[in-house]
Design a protein around this ligand. Structure first.
Ligand code: SF4
Length: 691
């Protein structure tokens, strides 16, 4: 192996001078700082730091006084320089003389009436400083920007000192086309130009070029670009540690070039490291340093080149890795150059060790999938819950997407109970447990059953009889409404919907309504929840009692006629009784002789019994009593005897009816009251007969 170091490699005059000045300021009594890293080279910066020369940024430096402040070779604005001096600092100006010369030139030309155009990167410190020495300089980054500068008479064009000559010339030419009196001053530094020429010439002769310099060094970047243009294999490193020994085994002649900020010591180390190695040692070091990698591995590599349709990655293996466009993520594929840059570390998935052209086929797209499979495997082993979206259904169950991976939930695993129509779950977001996982077969089977069961158990535990909860009307039938309470369903029977009579639940409720209900009964074993709604509403009788009193005259409707009296609805769900004796001052044999069902009648409230929920009414009380003489004397005759016999029979029958047909809880019904009234009426008859 032959190693050739390009001429003009390493420190240029300007950088060398700044490093010497910084070294002079090290270990002084007053603290020494460099305003920004002295050079774009971490090794050199570290060397100075070890000697007590710290890096300080532009904001903090304004707060410093009585210190040695070294201005790096890029230069700074005159204004800042003056400010630092004002703060009693010792300003050591290491601005490169090449730049000081440019400052003078552009100032002079501006005074002569020229518009100054600087071709360079406006974020680069050199350009920021340069632009500060004129009043109205225009900074042009590329040819597109140059095309916007037109019709200016007297243009003075200078360049960033590290630009490629062809790049600067193209832009200058563009400016010449559309402006008058254009003076082009090639201010590319001689050291830069010579180094670039040496790079170009050496790149043509060698099998591999090694470009040494800080990854953020502008002039090193340009050397790398030139080398790539003329040499097939170009490696970019910062220090000897980055030297990929295993790659070098296949090259016979290796060229080395270093950027302007690379210390000689770093170049020497790199060259010596390669010189020290005989081929055998080289092979050993390759074996030692080479990673063992296998297809399906996910490894970390360093990007060594980015093209429009592929990215080359150093994975510390015998061969470089390559990520083709179709193995990038969607975002990366749009513009690889926006996503990757040389020197960047990336995680890559190894597809195969040889893609047929000697490279390792890699994928960035599959890395995410691998990570997700791993996360799923961990979740499976730790019995953890994962989240998934139900994306489709088929005869056997549901397809789900979990962490971007397709999975399947068999029908039997959807819930602890039979689910007939599981298509309705598509679009839902579920918690799931993994039942089986086989990454190689791309198979992931999940279950929701246990999770639903756990949730149902939790819900059952939270419920208790008498509790008032809010549920959603899920289904309506003729006998009641099914109310959804979380994952459970309860039945609201039609008779428990309201105190008034409800013919059909749909007359009162709508599917989707949120309603408040009371839990009447729970039966976890049979999975039954009985709910009541009317139990939360005020009883019509209570409302009646609160708004009426004995003596009130009200209107009602006759709803039922029995021998002992007439039932009158005085309010929705509230009935009172007009005893037969309260219908008229005249003797009434049967209520139906005087009244019909449906008649509207005016009645007086005779009594209200809140406990028994009975209301006594009278029509007679609203009419004036006839004179005593007008009342027909009652004679006991054969008919009276017959009546007495009938009355006794009625009493027996009524008692039987009372015990057979009406329970204690039938509060809404005045039958009990009626029976008592009837019996009392019969007693009156008996008493009067004894008179
Ligand atoms: S590259 Fe040229 S301009 Fe820049 S510091 Fe070195 S000598 Fe000066």
């Amino acid at each position: 192996m032959k190693v050739i170091v390009a001429e003009n490699s390493g420190f240029c005059g300007g950088v060398r001078r700044s490093v010497e000045l910084a070294n002079n300021e090290s270990n002084k009594e007053n603290k020494s700082y460099t305003l920004g890293p002295l050079v774009h080279n971490p090794t050199q910066v570290k060397m100075l730091e070890d000697k007590g020369v710290e890096v300080i940024d532009e904001n903090k430096v304004r707060e410093i006084s009585n210190a040695n402040i070294i201005i790096r070779s890029h230069g700074i604005s005159q204004k800042l320089k003056d400010e630092l001096k004002k703060n009693s600092n010792n300003v050591v100006d290491a601005t490169c003389p090449v730049l000081i010369n440019i400052y003078k030139k552009i100032k002079r030309k501006e005074d002569d009436g020229y518009q100054i155009v600087i071709v360079g990167d406006k974020e680069h410190p050199e350009i920021k400083a340069m632009a500060s020495y004129v009043n109205n300089g225009i900074i042009v980054k590329d040819e597109t920007e140059a095309k916007n500068i037109t019709n200016i008479s007297k243009l003075y064009v200078v360049s960033q000192t590290t630009n490629r000559i062809d790049f600067f010339e193209n832009i200058a030419h563009e400016l010449e086309k559309t402006n008058d009196d254009v003076v082009i001053e090639n201010t590319i530094c001689n050291a830069t130009r010579l180094r670039q020429e040496a790079c170009l010439s050496l790149s043509k002769k060698v099998d591999c070029m090694i470009v040494i310099g800080g990854f953020n060094s502008s002039n090193t970047n340009k050397l790398y670009q030139i080398a790539q243009k003329y040499c097939k294999n170009v490696l970019r490193i910062e220090t000897v540690k980055d030297l990929p020994l295993q790659k070098l085994s296949k090259f016979n002649i290796i060229g080395v070039i270093a950027g302007a900020s690379t210390p000689d010591s770093v170049i020497e180390e790199v060259v010596n490291r390669m010189d020290d190695l005989t081929n055998e040692e080289l092979m050993n070091s390759i074996d030692d340093s080479m990673k063992k990698i296998y297809p399906r591995d996910v490894v970390t590599g360093t990007i060594i080149d980015v093209k429009d349709d592929e990215v080359f990655v150093d994975i510390q293996y015998r061969a470089d890795g390559i990520v083709k466009l179709d193995e990038m993520t969607e975002e990366e594929r749009e513009n690889p150059k926006n996503h990757f840059e040389v020197g960047q570390e990336v995680e890559v998935y190894v597809i195969k060790l040889d893609d047929g052209e000697g490279n390792v086929a890699l994928s960035t797209r599959r890395v995410e999938g691998m990570k997700n499979w791993k996360a799923l495997r961990d979740a499976y082993e730790n019995k953890e819950t994962v989240k998934g979206d139900v994306v489709g259904s088929n005869k056997g169950g549901l397809t789900v997407k979990v962490m971007g991976i397709n999975g399947f939930v068999p029908a039997s695993q959807i819930a602890p109970y039979f689910v007939k129509n599981f298509k309705k779950f598509v679009g839902e977001h579920w918690d799931l447990k993994i039942i089986s996982i086989d990454e190689r077969k791309n198979r992931l089977v999940l279950s929701r059953k246990d999770i639903v069961e756990e949730k149902l158990d939790e819900q059952w535990d939270e419920l208790e009889e008498g509790q008032v909860i809010t549920g959603k009307v899920a289904r309506l039938t003729d006998f009641g409404a099914f109310i959804e309470i979380g994952s459970l369903d309860g039945l609201l029977h039609v008779s428990d919907i309201a105190w008034t009579r409800v013919e059909y639940p749909r007359d009162v409720l709508n599917i989707g309504d949120d309603i408040e209900v009371k839990i009447l009964k729970l039966n976890k074993e049979k999975n039954r929840i009985s709910l009541g709604r009317k139990q939360l509403l005020e009883k019509p009788f209570t409302e009646f009692v609160n708004t009426h009193e004995v003596g009130d005259v009200i209107t009602g409707k006759v709803v039922n006629l029995l021998d002992f009296g007439a039932f009158v609805e005085v309010q929705d769900g509230v009935e009172g009784l007009i005893h037969v004796s309260e219908i008229s001052w005249d003797h009434v044999e049967k209520p139906s002789d005087e009244l019909n069902v449906g008649d509207e009648v005016e009645v007086k409230i005779l009594s209200i019994d809140p406990e028994e929920e009975k209301i006594g009414l009278s029509i007679k009380a609203l009419k004036e009593a006839p004179e005593r003489s007008e009342r027909k004397p009652r004679r006991r005759d054969n008919n009276d005897n017959k009546n007495r016999f009938n009355a006794k029979a009625k009493r027996k029958s009524a008692q039987k009816e009372s015990s057979d047909d009406f329970g204690d809880n039938d509060l809404n019904n005045n039958i009990g009251f009626a029976i008592e009234e009837m019996l009392s009426g019969i007693e009156i008859d008996e008493e009067s007969s004894d008179e």
